[in-house]
Design a protein around this ligand. Structure first.
Ligand SMILES: [Zn+2]
Ligand SMILES: [Zn+2]
Ligand SMILES: [Zn+2]
Length: 210
């Protein structure tokens, strides 16, 4: 058993703490946030419902060889690469940019791409930096509306950022660039393509019917 249960940088991944309160025969356990719930009435096991909090943030209860243990649930500590960390440990429940804790947040954070989160001030700084960078690059490249005509991608006429074109099948007005915030109108044009197949009745024949 590892006891590196707190402090930044330590890993919970090898934690295995027996939970003597929970009989090993019990098999029904659900998770409600960090709370572990055995025999949730919804499952009608007939057994008493028991709720427990893990001794340390980032652990959850798992049944191993017929007994219940607190083990690591933090995807980051486990290195699973999962994009959502349901039970982050104390060290991994922090802003991926400034490392502030959840308790220090004044406003709801933004999800970060790697499964963590970013505090609002850090996200705003990052967005502003991305915007300035894109606009500067567009200016340096002489980007203009002329570069946005009959393109295969939807290109922002201000900052040249490629926009998401999924489900954009129709022309629209007043769209907003996710990078620079510039408003733009979009026209979608479809070019026809053609398919021919041999008429069913003639499909077996080599050439056209006389
Ligand atoms: Zn962790
Ligand atoms: Zn931050
Ligand atoms: Zn833009």
């Amino acid at each position: 058993m590892t006891n590196a249960l707190n402090g930044a940088g330590t890993s919970l991944r090898d934690t295995m703490i027996l939970i003597p309160e929970i009989p090993g025969e019990w098999t029904q356990r659900t998770r409600s946030g960090s709370t572990q719930v055995w025999n949730d009435p919804w499952h009608k096991t007939g057994l008493p419902e028991v709720r427990m909090e893990p001794p340390t943030k980032g652990l959850f209860a798992d049944r191993i060889d017929g007994a219940w243990y607190w083990v690591c649930a933090c995807e980051k500590c486990l290195g699973t690469g999962k994009s959502y960390n349901y039970s982050p440990c104390e060290a991994h429940d922090r802003c991926v940019t400034c490392n502030c804790s959840r308790a220090e947040l004044a406003e709801a954070p933004w999800g970060a791409r790697d499964g963590g989160w970013r505090c609002k001030p850090c996200q705003e700084k990052l967005d502003a930096a991305r915007k300035a960078e894109a606009l500067a690059a567009a200016e340096a490249n002489g980007h203009s509306e002329d570069d946005c005509v009959y393109t295969s991608d939807i290109i922002c006429p201000y900052c040249a950022t490629k926009q998401n074109s999924d489900a954009r099948h129709e022309s629209a007005q007043g769209l907003e660039c996710g990078t620079c915030g510039g408003k733009f109108d979009l026209e979608v044009e479809w070019s026809p393509s053609y398919t021919t197949t041999k008429a069913r009745a003639q499909a077996q024949q080599k050439g056209p019917q006389q």
